[in-house]
Design a protein around this ligand. Structure first.
Ligand SMILES: [Fe+2]
Ligand SMILES: [Fe+2]
Length: 238
């Protein structure tokens, strides 16, 4: 379920940032935490998820709109396991209570039975230098969750495909195209057509970018915003 996004379904708060809950059989993973602890708190309450239930927090990259809600989780859950890009680890270790565990990620690594980090990819920026994405194995296929996709959404998707050895089922998250010319976004969308069956761009993909994907992917485009749940036990209805 998307719990934090620039757009929201009725009742949920919309705010610039991204966070999604991955509910596995025996594990609850929070992917990124949005920008504001208050908004994250409100949206998690609406989703009927208590922060105490979260086993793992996966941080894609150290940008405020993905890490800002973390204090709310740590306040209520002092035993969480935090997976962060290695170069940002010292920053997060200072925030964590002693009972929580900070796991630095560089190479692809298993987060749990069904979840895998792509390992970090260079962002081409000084701050943060690295970003990771999360691959989740579902009965429908592989899901790829991305934060801002600063390394490039095509690069991340290619890395994920090389790790799992097959086309992805769905990519969800911010594709960071809100500043890109439309023609460039169209090229990106065309390339992704061969890497994933479904696509659910949101956050920093931008309104124009989202429309480009809607057109390029047709019935393989899924509209998401805060409050939207994507069931992965069955084929995604679009
Ligand atoms: Fe972002
Ligand atoms: Fe970012």
């Amino acid at each position: 379920m998307i719990v934090y996004d620039n757009r929201a379904t009725e009742g949920f708060k919309a705010d610039w940032g991204f966070s999604a809950l991955v509910e596995l059989e025996d594990e609850l993973i929070l992917f990124d935490t949005g920008a504001s602890p208050e908004v994250l708190k409100e949206n998690l309450e609406l989703a009927e998820v208590a922060p105490e239930e979260i086993d793992v927090v996966f941080i894609s990259h150290n940008h405020w709109d993905h890490t800002g809600g973390l204090p709310f989780i740590l306040e209520r859950n002092r035993e969480v396991e935090l997976f962060v890009p290695e170069s940002s680890c010292s920053y997060f270790e200072e925030l964590l209570p002693e009972t929580a565990v900070c796991v630095p990620v560089s190479e692809p690594v298993k987060i749990s039975e069904r979840a895998l980090s792509t390992g970090v990819l260079p962002t081409g920026m000084d701050n943060p230098k690295e970003e990771q994405a999360l691959i989740v194995g579902t009965p429908s296929g592989y899901l790829l969750l991305v934060g801002c996709a600063h390394p490039g959404i095509v690069e991340i998707a290619k890395k994920a495909v090389s790790l799992v050895g097959e086309e992805l089922f769905l990519i969800v998250g911010g594709f960071h195209l809100y500043n890109s010319p439309k023609e460039e976004t169209e090229k990106v969308a065309e390339e992704l057509l061969n890497l994933t069956r479904f696509v659910a761009p949101c956050h920093c993909t931008g309104d124009v970018g989202i429309e480009v994907f809607r057109r390029t992917f047709g019935d393989r485009f899924i509209e998401v915003k805060a409050g939207v749940e994507i069931p992965l036990e069955e084929d995604v209805n679009v």
